[in-house]
Design a protein around this ligand. Structure first.
Ligand code: SF4
Length: 270
């Protein structure tokens, strides 16, 4: 069987992201991760299913040549859960934005983690509703001036990773979209993990929330942490409060990975 190439995972659809959008980097990392996983026989191409919500992130559906389900805003995660339960051979990769997963879809996010559903949730976190041209989401920093918050966002952000950990996710990671190599490696580990994998990809929106310089200056990679330690993972995940405080430290890497019974195992359908 010839090796699967990144080109075969591309489509001919014209790409409508803004020029330079960090979603391009996520698309590249995802294609590389899938090609390597398939070539290493970790998973069969026909069994990888992408599920998207609605938002700039969701356009990835048109550009990634694998099976998929283009769903509704806030409802990508339950579609992934349903696919995994209906056909245990499938490996859903759910792409959701920060608005998608943490506003309308937040109960699904919590329950996919709580059930430890065997699928990967990739949260494209640009800290803004971008497709609708710049409103605050649950991860937007306090004080952000957008179309629905002209006097500044008055809420504190939700931390998607401490929420995932306290809800029961068994693989929790954060990465930076523009580090394609690291993002690819983390995505591969997330897909291989049996259980609920959450990968938050910080992906600044160049048009409505451009934090590229801030994130680049404040990120650091967690190497050699004790991934079995919930307390250590929680501490690392909670370190950044999603503000643009100049003292911020933004940890990146795999914070947590443990083996626990999956939703399908608990239901006895694996
Ligand atoms: Fe990317 Fe932002 Fe443009 Fe959407 S609005 S395509 S997230 S740069």
């Amino acid at each position: 069987m010839p090796e699967l190439t990144v080109n075969e995972l591309s489509t001919k659809e014209p790409i409508t992201w803004c020029p330079g959008c960090t979603n391009f980097a996520i698309l590249t990392a995802t294609k590389q991760a899938i090609a390597e996983l398939v070539n290493e026989k970790a998973v069969e191409r026909k069994n990888i299913v992408q599920v998207t919500g609605i938002g700039c992130h969701a356009k990835i559906f048109d550009y990634l040549n694998i099976n998929g389900f283009y769903s509704l805003h806030g409802r990508a995660i339950p579609i992934g859960v349903g696919l995994r339960i209906a056909n245990p051979k499938l490996k859903p990769i759910v792409f959701a934005g920060d608005g998608d997963a943490l506003a309308e879809g937040v109960s699904h996010y919590i329950y996919a983690c709580r059930h430890n559903t065997d699928m990967t949730m990739v949260i494209h976190d640009n800290q803004v509703f971008a497709l609708t041209t710049g409103q605050a989401t649950p991860t937007t920093e306090r004080g952000f001036k957008g179309k629905t918050t002209p006097q500044g966002n008055y809420e504190n952000p939700i931390n998607p990773l401490t929420l995932a950990l306290s809800s029961g996710a068994t693989f929790v990671a954060r990465t930076y979209a523009l580090d394609i190599q690291k993002t690819k490696e983390i995505l591969k580990e997330a897909v291989k993990h049996e259980g609920a994998s959450v990968v938050e990809v910080m992906q600044p929106c160049l048009t409505f929330h451009d934090t590229r310089d801030f994130i680049k200056q404040h990120l650091y990679w967690v190497e050699g942490n004790n991934k079995q330690s919930f307390e250590e993972a929680y501490k690392i995940a909670a370190e950044w409060d999603y503000s643009l405080d100049p003292k911020s430290k933004i940890a990146m890497g795999i914070f947590y990975q443990v083996k626990k019974p999956t939703f399908a195992e608990k239901l006895g359908i694996k």
